[in-house]
Design a protein around this ligand. Sequence first.
Ligand code: SF4
Length: 420
Amino acid sequence: MSLPPLQLPTIQNWSCHNCSGCCRQHLIEITEEERQRILDQKWTAKDGVPEGKAVVPHGSGLFKKSWRLAHGSDGGCVFLNDDGLCRIHAKFGEAAKPLACRIYPYALHPAGKKVTVSLRFSCPSVVANVGKPVSENRDELKKIERLVVPENANKVPPPGISKNEQLDWPDTLKIVNALHELVTQDDEVGVIERLYRALFVVGLVDQAQFELIRGARMGDFLEIISEAALLEELPQPAQPVGVMQMQFRLLVAHYARKDTVADLDAGFAGRWRLFRAATKFASGRGTAVPLQDCFQEVSFETMEQPFGDFPDEFDEILTRYLSVKLQGMHFCGPAYYDIPLVEGFRSLALVISAMCWIAKWLAASDGRSTWTTEDLSKAMAIADHHHGYSPIFGSGGFRRRVNMLAKTDDLLRILLWYAR
Ligand code: SF4
């Protein structure tokens, strides 16, 4: 079977550094076939795996039809050994592991005549940009492509552009490329200003009626609105207030929470902690309830303060994040709850603001009033764990929240206010 060519990110490195973070923080859902394969591998307590308990039902209700790997009392997958390595990999080879483990942190998405490759920034090695350039992992990625990309990948339709507009793949990709160019161009303004310009362009794309500007005219249209975006003056940051500020805080709370097995199994105590956190984040009064061990109780007022310079390293990490997500089509369509491009891009801007908020929380939890690259890197890993993967972000309520913030321009206000 001949598969479409891969489009790899241009500015991203990655190799696995065996930190075992993914085997601790993710729930690994498996298919019936994978379950059977693991049972046939006949794991016993002598191998360090609790006999008959390596796979457990997943989901709720009477008809639990899906399965996941069990986790031990230390929070890690039962197949994770004391050296932080995978027992299945060690005993039976890489190909014997569940598919989800083999793919992570890559994410492949059909994009017309090609398949794009993105990465999940929940992996600290991805955030830190360490390892080989992804372009040197092409052979490995071709193997993954054979495993996950369906034969009819080139028939997958492009994501909608906005609520009422749909274009073909070439025109859709022209818009994505224009946004990519805007957020990555090296013209001596920072990433936040570049993102601000891209949001301006997205606003015009949202209002456009494409009947007369499909095909040959699309390039001209994008050039004109991109040039107009370059003339946009960045307003002075102004504090978001009222309902919009509350909506954003609630969004942050969802990005900052943890959803490992230990947290899901925390029972009443866990649910009570989440309820208390939700009411605090909704009111914005007093202190933020820690949603993970890395956080301390910090006043909400603290996160409204500037946390020092926005250093070059912040620019590098955020630019790379946006570049990978855009080139990899990892922000809309099937990769992001089947959401249209405009809405997906706005969600991408919001997750950047959420990362800044969380980075401040991490710095303040450490008793500091200035943030560091380490704070932002950690915040990125925490937030990206959920972005595009926690079902709640694809729900009607969350989508309404994003659209409401966009309609009132609060999204721009939030972006400028929290990135300082
Ligand atoms: S099966 Fe192996 S790679 Fe997958 S989560 Fe468990 S230890 Fe990690």
